[in-house]
Design a protein around this ligand. Sequence first.
Ligand SMILES: Cc1cc2nc3c(=O)[nH]c(=O)nc-3n(C[C@H](O)[C@H](O)[C@H](O)COP(=O)(O)OP(=O)(O)OC[C@H]3O[C@@H](n4cnc5c(N)ncnc54)[C@H](O)[C@@H]3O)c2cc1C
Length: 194
Amino acid sequence: MVVGDVTTAVDVLVLGAGPGGYVAAIRAAQLGRHVTLIDHGLPGGTCLHQGCIPLKALLSASERYQQTRSEELTSMGIYVEAVSFDWASMQAWKQGVVDRLAAGVRRLIAGNRVEYVHGTGWFINAQEVRVEGEHGSLRFKFEHCIIATGADAAPLSGLSFDGKHFHQESNCCPVLILQHCVLYRQDCVNWAFR
Ligand SMILES: Cc1cc2nc3c(=O)[nH]c(=O)nc-3n(C[C@H](O)[C@H](O)[C@H](O)COP(=O)(O)OP(=O)(O)OC[C@H]3O[C@@H](n4cnc5c(N)ncnc54)[C@H](O)[C@@H]3O)c2cc1C
């Protein structure tokens, strides 16, 4: 690893370590390429840290809770006296699931000899990317680049995401219980909330 304005040459530079990026990086490394993977967040991206995994973990816990309150149980002769849930414990369990899977992703990245660089990357020309992170400023010259930086929700005109009244999907799932929720758009994420 070189710090400053010295340029490191890589075969494949992958920008973004979500499921799109880290899988592509591992495959390129398995095919014998020298691969550098860059992310300013945690390996695993939206899916592992804000999206699919935490959401499915919480849905699974809430489904089990719901089952214990079901009238169907009573009709089967099963009586559950008092069931309650503790939101903080549920969150801690969900985080444990995420952490375990995140450790697996980090092991896969390291085990396939993909160099992981933590920082924000941007193009300085058609062949080079600069990365700013805790290691300072790094510069990479690549033969091939895979852009896997994911997507952000577009705000509605006149309504910005304030984290209070208007939320993006990624900041409402793991941390908040919404009392009233209006879903805008039809996609896999919104369907999961229904
Ligand atoms: C609540 C929720 C539930 C979801 N549930 C499902 C589901 O059940 N099934 C399903 O198929 N999909 C689901 N999704 C969608 C899924 O999370 C995304 O499709 C998937 O994460 C996209 O992967 P990606 O690698 O393209 O991008 P991301 O996972 O978003 O990864 C992009 C990465 O790029 C990094 N990055 C961006 N810009 C830079 C930069 N300049 N420098 C360095 N790093 C950068 C980010 O930090 C991030 O880690 C869900 C999403 C949400 C929000």
